[in-house]
Write a protein that binds this ligand. Sequence first.
Ligand SMILES: [Zn+2]
Length: 275
Amino acid sequence: MDFNRTKNLSIHQKSDLIYITFPSFDQTNLVNHCFSTKLGGVSKGIYESLNLGFGRGDDDENVKRNYKILCSALGINSEDLVFSNQVHGINIKVISKEKGEYINSKNNSEGIDGLITNVPKLPLVTLYADCVPLFFLDPVKKVAGLAHAGWRGTVNKIGLEMVEIFRNNFHSNPEDLLIGIGPSIGKCCFEVDEPVAREFETVFSNADNIIYPKDNNKYIIDLWEANKKILVDSGISPDHITVTDLCTQCNKDIFFSHRGHNGKRGSLAAIIELK
Ligand SMILES: [Zn+2]
């Protein structure tokens, strides 16, 4: 594959496995983290090959093996992973000691679209296939978080919600935070109908660089710019935000894309743990 297709993210290869990191996070040397690709796993068919989503029809044993392959490359113990229960909401769970607890719909009816912790060696996981992964790190207070921002999470400002938790629960100064906006559907591909565009207009008035009307009564939404604006308005320094240049639909040869694969797909994961 072409390693030059991104200008601002790091692509790592270990045998068949390929994953992505943010250079600004790597430089702190405080975290193990990645955004996965679909390359390097054992799953077959529409899940080929590094499917990290349980409950999508893939064999659970394959998904567990995929996590082992990825986590071992990252230096993370896959037994310790803490999962979200994503419902396109803005509920964020502070993880303190649920080491190894699999939070999912089987044992938790609560929707959880964001995870945050200050406990070392407690790897957090959120799942994607076009929605926007938001990575957070306070290198001063040593706190890490992940948030799942689809269009609903974006318009309901899960990014702001996360910054508030950094501030209120961990006494973070937002100016210290590093942000990574990870691979997801870009403005090249994210076309929506009018009702969705109207919701964005309500939240982002005068945001010419977020909502683009098209000729066919559809609209293009720039989810990356929308999330960046929410975070800057929350007090994050613009030069602490890395915005992906990889669209999952345009790059569906290396990513699972819900739109690009017509819903027949596995899941990508964002993972972060404090060392
Ligand atoms: Zn695209």
